[in-house]
Design a protein around this ligand. Structure first.
Ligand SMILES: [Zn+2]
Length: 207
């Protein structure tokens, strides 16, 4: 019996919502490199329980996460664990870009943005824009300097780089290929993100 991965594509500058189950392996890949992928999740059983960068930073005692670390929920439960990571640089500190990021900061109306990208699909699960969790910004390069200052610059990810999570609970997830093309953050070129979901060993055996 082969373990067939389910492959999904997040088109450049757009979003995608999908479900994962306990025991599956979720891989998010930067197809062309230097592309940030905002990632959020809520528990399928209780959509008010959110994957939470704030709680994760507290649990890890760190602004950043690495292989072996869990990502925690707003109720302090581990929802995902980092199994593999070919990049090692991700952001868990800044919000998703939203409409005001473009209208207020850059004077651009109607620009695509990560919050709308992620809410688009999550709305079908009953979430309002205010229910969309704070994101983990995969591949995003947000160094923090010794004096506590934060920057966002272009990702270090190369074509095909990826991060894989062991899924620890049933989740509703959303990913946005960040449409930021005005300042560095995506190499000033917005590109696709690929998602692969490997079945849990028991599912695969019974498939
Ligand atoms: Zn964005």
């Amino acid at each position: 019996m082969t373990t067939q991965a389910k492959i999904l594509l997040v088109k450049a500058g757009h979003g995608l919502t999908f479900e994962v189950k306990t025991g599956q392996r979720l891989t998010i890949s930067d197809v062309d490199g230097q592309q940030a992928a905002d990632f959020v999740a809520v528990a399928a059983a209780d959509r008010t329980e959110k994957l939470s960068p704030t709680h994760t930073r507290r649990q890890l005692g760190s602004l950043f996460f690495a292989v072996g670390d869990a990502l925690y929920s707003s109720l302090g439960r581990p929802l995902l664990r980092v199994a593999e990571d070919t990049v090692g640089i991700h952001d868990a500190n800044v919000p998703a870009c939203d409409d005001t990021r473009f209208t207020v900061d850059f004077g651009v109306d109607g620009h695509r943005n990560c919050l709308d990208n992620m809410h688009e699909g999550l709305a079908h699960f009953g979430l309002s824009p205010f229910d969309v969790p704070e994101p983990f910004n995969l591949f995003q390069n947000g160094p923090v300097t010794a004096d506590g200052r934060m920057r966002v610059t272009d990702p270090t990810s190369k074509p095909g780089d990826y991060i894989t999570f062991d899924v620890l609970d049933d989740l509703i997830c959303a990913v946005s290929s960040c449409p930021q093309d005005i300042i560095p953050g995506n190499g000033l070129k917005v590109t696709d993100i690929a998602i692969s979901i490997l079945p849990a060993p028991l599912d695969a055996a019974g498939a």
